[in-house]
Every structure is written in structure tokens, then in C-alpha cells.
Write a protein that binds this ligand. Sequence first.
Ligand SMILES: [Zn+2]
Length: 202
Amino acid sequence: MSKRTTEDHRALDVRKLHRAGALAAGRSCGWEWSRRGEVVASIGIEAESLECLRLRYQLTRQGKTEAKDYRVPITWTPCHLGGNRPWFLCPCCGRRVAKLYSSTLFACRHCLRLNYRSQQANKRDRPCDRSWDLRRALGCDEGFLSLPAEYITKPKGMHWRTFERKVEQLRRVDARALGAAQAMLGTIERKVNTARAALARC
Ligand SMILES: [Zn+2]
């Protein structure tokens, strides 16, 4: 089974965005990825404030196109040599990271399990980790953010009934994992709104 690496996904690098001026409050721009000189993907980026980036794009999967529109918080830390450097807060887990990778949502490498395995046994009961364990048992190396359970193919030698039971179980776990990711996005949205309201008052 080949392991997915960060190179398989389109990355958004917060330092590159900063250098390009895309993080300046009020700035709207398009961000493109190209391969051999041809644009293969693009998204719309709007810096609503220094602390909040809004991403808009179309996601096409299995022939279906979906419009995505959500916010990613930005945080700044002082540099040794002066000035501040930006970080994304992952919209799925809230981790502070320099890069986000494309999937159903842009998320950090930890959330997409890119070349990474969680060592923290005490967190195994989290739905996203449970989902990952079930997927591995089915020979699947993609997470719930990139591949829905019903698209997983049956491993050779596994009985259909066993396979269907496992997929059904995974579907329930994935729903909880997605719910947790959405709750995280909701929390971020509320924090952004509270911060904006506080700014408007002063
Ligand atoms: Zn994350």
C-alpha cells in the first residue's frame, strides 16, 4: 500500500501568500496552481482582516461540483529578527501550521494523515482516529475528508457481507468525524464574529 505524501495534494503556504501580499486586510485575489505551465486549479482568497482569510472555490468530485466558501483563521507570531510571521489555524483541528493541503476542505497534514501516524494512544477514541483505523483495516489510505466510505473498494479475499458491514460501521464513524470537523469550523466562525464585533465597538 503506497503512502500518500504531501506532494499529492495542492498546498497553500501562508508564507507565500504573505510574500504575495494576499494577507493584507481587504485584499481579494485568485490563487493558482500550475503544472508544466498550465493552470490546473485555482481558488479565490479574500483577507477579511489580518486574522481571517476567506476561501472560495468549486470542488468537483465523482462528477459533482460543489461550491465551497469558508474562513480560515490566521495568527501572527513575532520573528527573532523583528516583524511578525503568519500561521494558519487548521479549519479542522485548530493546529497552528504553515501549510494547508487541498481535500474536501483545506486542512493540515495531521488531519489528512499525510505521511503521519498519530502516536497518541489516549486520543484513539476520537472519531477521526477511529475512522482512520477502520479505513486501514479495509486497505484504504485516504481519510474521511478526501474519500467517502461508499467509494472504498472491497479488499481481495474479504467476504462481501463482512465488507458491507465494515463500510456501514465506517459510515457512522465518518458522520461523527465530519460532525466534529464542522463543529470546529462553527467554533472558528463564532470566534471570528466575536472578534469582529469587539473591533467594531472600539
Ligand atoms: Zn488539522
